[in-house]
Structures are given as structure tokens and as C-alpha cells.
Design a protein around this ligand. Structure first.
Ligand code: 3HC
Length: 331
């Protein structure tokens, strides 16, 4: 089910744009231009609402699916400290998913429908979570690179024009910052105090996660169908390519501190641009993964569907409890 289907039922019956609508739209655009937040009960163009439901629900799904690659390592974390950190991190991702589903619900999106779209494979979620976590070093590398990329992308969303999304992102970004730092710290310990085998394991993980992390920011600006309108509406503040460049510039310096090599021979400081140049991104791989054919897409979806089915009794119990309370209150 796509976001259009999730939209309010009245959309299809909407009459052609009236003078009243034009005035409302003008007022809305003026508020956006003034940098005001748009709140759930404010008038908004239908396309603005749908764009937000699309992005926020995909973002929520990403947080939710994002628990799986690392959750895989909770029982195998090497020390009690690393296990406690990883548990907290994975729980944070669940919390982020919940804030974001709530933010989408303020736009009349139904949570059941959003989840049905995820479970049927129709909804998108971040490409990055369709790669396997083969070794313990993958957990640190996800923290450093994947959460690092997520922060780069998400800090500007704290200034998104839609109030509930912007406010949810403030807390999410604080937690993501901890996620990035714990990953970097875990890798630094292995690179500075580890055996040769541990250092090689870190380098191998970096080799596998680098390009998928660079792809996370989405297609190049000139091939991004949603960017122009989302930028005009202040949903997106910084473009896919600009964020990707900022991420690469920061990661190159961090890689030097860690003592790892990024797997791109074309990475080179460009004095004129004041940025690092980088090699060609394999966009065929990106679209393969986005379209459901990455290394772990099927496994990830199956895990989500199983978790949903296993949780049926919890939902039933919660509803039974709610009904009981209503009866008691009415008595
Ligand atoms: N993975 C999967 N799909 C992607 C993608 C990616 N990395 N990048 C882009 N796409 C999809 C878009 O969703 C869009 O599909 P649609 O039109 O069918 O909905 C299509 O590719 C074209 O891309 P656009 O650039 O036109 O799309 P957007 O303007 O929506 O930009 C985005 C894409 C930059 C990902 C933007 O939606 C965004 O900033 N979203 C919020 C942040 C987010 O969702 N992050 C995901 C990672 S969350 C995370 O990492 C959790 C952390 O704990 C690790």
C-alpha cells in the first residue's frame, strides 16, 4: 500500500482548487517563507501532507528495521559494557520508530496501514539495513558510519517546517550522537589496543560499509524526484549531494584518527572546492537494494512480519484491557 492509499479517504473526492483554497495556500506559503512551524491542525496542501507521510513513515520503518542488523549481535557482544551499550542503542532505535510513527499519525496516517505497507514490501526503508553484519566490527562501523550519516542527514530535519517531525528529531539526534560516538569508540579501542586480527576485522568492516553509507543520502540531486518541492517547503533543508559531501569530508578525517583506509582510491582533497573528491558511486547497486533485491531484504522483511505475528497476543491483551477499563469507567 503506498502513501497515497494511506491518505485520508476524502482526497479523491476533493473538488477542483477554489478561490478559498488558493487563499489558504498563499497563507501557507507565506508561513513557510517566514520560517513558521506548521502544526497538525493547520491547513496544509494535500501534497505537503502526503510528502510528509511518505518521508516520515519511511523514516520510521528505517528505525524499526534498523534494529535488526545490530540486534543480531546483542548475545555475542564481547564484554558486559559493550552489551549494555548495544542494548541501549537498539532500544533507542525502537523509540525513534515510535516517535516517528506518532508524528506520521498527526497527519492522519494510520499506523496499521503504515505497518501493512512495510510488511507487504511496498513501503521503502533505508537501503543501508539490507546489508549483513558479519563480525563484531560491523557493530562499531555501523555506529561510526551509518549513525554518522544518519546524524548528518537528520540534524537539518530538526528545522523541518512540520512541527511534530522537527520536535521528534531533536531527541532522536541527541541519541544518534551517542550512537555514533559509541561506534567510533569501539573501533578506536580495537585499532589501538587490538590484535592484528582485530585490526584487520575493523578494516574489512569499513571496506564493506563505506559505499552503502555514502549511498544512504539518496540519489544525486539531479535524479531526486522529491527534492525540489521538499526543499521549497522546508521539509528538506540541505540537498542529498551536499549532505553526502559533508559526510565524506568529516569521515575522511575521522578515518585518519582511527587508522583505517576508506576503500576509495579516488578520495583526494580538492583545494579549489575545499572538499574531498570521491570515486563513482554504484547507483545500480543502490536501486537494486531499494527495490528489494539487496543481500538481506527478504530476511529483514521476514523478521518484521514474524515479530508482528508473534506480538498478536500483546495487541489483543492491550485491547481487552482497554475495553475493560471503558466498561469500568462507564459503570
Ligand atoms: N534507501 C531507500 N530509499 C531511498 C534512499 C535510501 N537510502 N534514498 C532515497 N530513497 C528513495 C526515496 O524514499 C524516494 O522514494 P519514493 O519517492 O518512492 O518515496 C526515492 O528514493 C527518490 O529519492 P529522493 O531523494 O527524491 O527522496 P527524498 O526527497 O525523500 O530523500 C531521504 C530521501 C534523503 C532519505 C529523505 O527521505 C530523508 O531525509 N528522510 C529522513 C531520514 C531517513 O529516513 N533516514 C533513513 C535512515 S534512518 C537511520 O539511519 C536510523 C539510524 O538509527 C541509523
Amino acid at each position: 500500500m503506498d502513501t497515497d492509499t494511506m491518505a485520508r479517504d476524502d482526497t479523491a473526492r476533493k473538488p477542483a482548487r477554489s478561490t478559498g483554497d488558493a487563499r489558504l495556500e498563499e497563507h501557507f506559503e507565506a508561513r513557510i517563507a517566514e520560517g513558521e512551524f506548521i502544526e497538525p491542525k493547520d491547513w496544509m496542501p494535500e501534497h505537503y501532507r502526503k510528502t510528509l507521510v511518505r518521508q516520515i513513515s519511511q523514516h520510521a520503518h528505517s528505525e524499526y528495521v534498523g534494529m535488526l542488523p545490530e540486534g543480531n549481535w546483542i548475545t555475542r557482544a564481547p564484554t558486559l559494557k559493550r552489551k549494555a551499550i548495544l542494548l541501549a542503542k537498539v532500544q533507542d532505535e525502537a523509540g525513534h520508530g515510535l516517535y516517528l510513527y506518532c508524528a506520521a499519525e498527526t497527519l492522519d496516517a494510520s499506523r496499521d496501514r503504515m505497518l501493512a505497507a512495510l510488511h507487504s514490501g511496498q513501503a521503502k526503508y533505508s537501503s543501508i539495513f539490507n546489508y549483513p553484519t558479519l563480525t563484531w566490527a560491523d557493530v562499531g562501523t555501523i555506529g561510526w558510519l551509518v549513525d554518522g550519516a544518519a546524524i548528518m542527514n537528520q540534524v537539518p530535519i530538526c528545522r523541518c517546517s512540520y512541527g511534530p517531525y522537527a520536535r521528534a528529531m531533536i531527541r532522536i539526534c541527541r541519541e544518534e550522537s551517542f550512537h555514533q560516538r559509541q561506534g567510533f569508540d569501539s573501533l578506536l579501542v580495537m585499532m589501538q589496543q587490538g590484535t592484528q586480527a582485530q585490526k584487520a576485522m575493523v578494516q574489512d568492516a569499513v571496506n564493506r560499509w563505506w559505499w552503502p553509507s555514502v549511498m544512504m543520502f539518496g540519489p544525486p540531486d539531479d535524479q531526486s524526484p522529491n527534492s525540489a518541492q521538499s526543499m521549497r517547503w522546508g521539509i528538506k533543508r540541505i540537498s542529498n549531494d551536499e549532505l553526502r559531501q559533508k559526510f565524506i569530508d568529516a569521515a575522511v578525517e575521522q578515518a585518519k584518527v582511527l587508522g583505517v583506509t576508506l576503500p576509495d582510491p579516488e578520495l583526494k582533497w580538492n583545494e579549489e572546492r575545499q572538499h574531498y573528491d570521491f570515486g563513482r558511486i554504484d547507483w545500480d547497486e543502490f536501486w537494486r537494494v531499494v527495490n528489494g533485491n539487496g543481500p538481506c531484504n527478504r530476511e529483514r522483511l521476514a523478521a518484521c512480519v514474524n515479530a508482528w505475528d508473534d506480538g498478536a497476543w500483546v495487541r489483543e491483551a492491550a485491547l481487552a484491557h482497554e475495553r475493560k477499563q471503558q466498561v469500568q469507567e462507564a459503570a
